[in-house]
Design a protein around this ligand. Structure first.
Ligand SMILES: Nc1ncnc2c1ncn2[C@@H]1O[C@H](COP(=O)(O)OP(=O)(O)O)[C@@H](O)[C@H]1O
Ligand SMILES: [Mg+2]
Length: 274
């Protein structure tokens, strides 16, 4: 099952006040695939995601959801199709985990706001998938950073949208929970055909989990496509100003970036796998 939903940024210029951050950017999100976005701090990744989720209006250009300008579609209609986990979401003071995750169901409630068994089941599934069921009665503000992050992911999952945008969903998570979350999003993509777009900082995980990798620099897309084509030593230098060696990940064959630095450089004798 693959979602037929399409999401496209068409020549969008984005900014805050009169400060332009992203200029004339075009990006097609492949439907039913996993897209990861990488780029240096402040290059405009979150700004782009906000525009794609209809939270920021483009100064020029348009974001098209199923071919229609997203900014002209009703909020609730968009929220049933597309969910966003922002980079730094804010929970209402004192809210319990189960109540926060339940808010993911709001777009599905009708005019009478009736809560149904389907809503209960979606919330229970989301808590279970993110290993947060045991936290359901706790207050969100008394959780650890990693627990809280998993609760936010649960809320996004409970929304059960065909398209899911996640801004650095693995922040605050230890390595095993990072893998859990990325595996979970991959399951969602494979089993339900959910289109997943996520900003990730770990280049190796971004390459491993992506069908489609987008590298951004200074508000522009530098390269987009198959991770093996996009994540090269040249791209890493252009995007991050960093010298590196890119070798095949011994497990997956995907590109694996080994950063160089002043104290760790390549000598004649360093074995390099090509
Ligand atoms: N709400 C805002 N108001 C003004 N400037 C902002 C706002 N959000 C982000 N910016 C600026 O836009 C630029 C890009 O930010 P952002 O899209 O968050 O980058 P990234 O997610 O790639 O780190 C930064 O210079 C940041 O300071
Ligand atoms: Mg960001």
């Amino acid at each position: 099952m693959t979602t037929e939903r399409t999401l496209r940024a068409e020549g969008v210029t984005l900014g805050y006040g009169d400060r332009t951050i992203v200029e004339s950017l075009t990006l097609d999100v492949p439907p039913g695939r996993v897209t990861t976005i990488v780029g240096a701090n402040a290059c405009g990744k979150s700004t782009l995601l906000k525009a794609m989720a209809r939270l920021l209006s483009p100064a020029r250009g348009e974001v098209l959801l199923d071919g229609k300008a997203i900014h002209r579609l009703p909020t609730k209609q968009v929220a049933r199709i597309l969910g966003l986990l922002p980079q730094s979401p804010l929970a209402p003071d004192g809210i319990a985990v189960s109540d926060l995750v339940s808010r993911g169901r709001h777009p599905h409630q009708g005019a009478l706001s009736r809560w149904t068994r389907a809503d209960d089941e979606a919330v229970a599934r989301a808590l279970d998938a993110t290993d947060t069921t045991h936290l359901a009665d706790r207050h969100v503000d008394e959780l650890s950073g990693g627990q809280r992050q998993r609760v936010w992911i649960a809320m996004a999952l409970a929304q059960e949208t065909d398209i899911l945008l996640l801004d650095e969903p693995t922040t605050f998570l230890d390595i095993s929970h990072q893998i859990d979350v990325l595996d979970l999003l991959t399951d969602l993509n494979r089993h339900r055909g959910t289109t997943v777009v996520m900003v990730l900082h770990d280049l190796n995980l971004a390459a491993r989990y992506a069908d489609h990798l987008v590298a951004m620099s200074a508000g522009r897309v530098i390269a987009a496509g198959d991770p093996g084509d996009v994540l090269t030593e040249d791209t890493v230098r252009e995007v991050f100003g960093l010298d590196s060696r890119v070798v095949p990940d011994p497990l997956t064959g995907r590109p694996m970036v080994i950063p160089l630095g002043r104290h760790h450089t390549v000598s004649e004798t360093t074995p390099v796998v090509r």
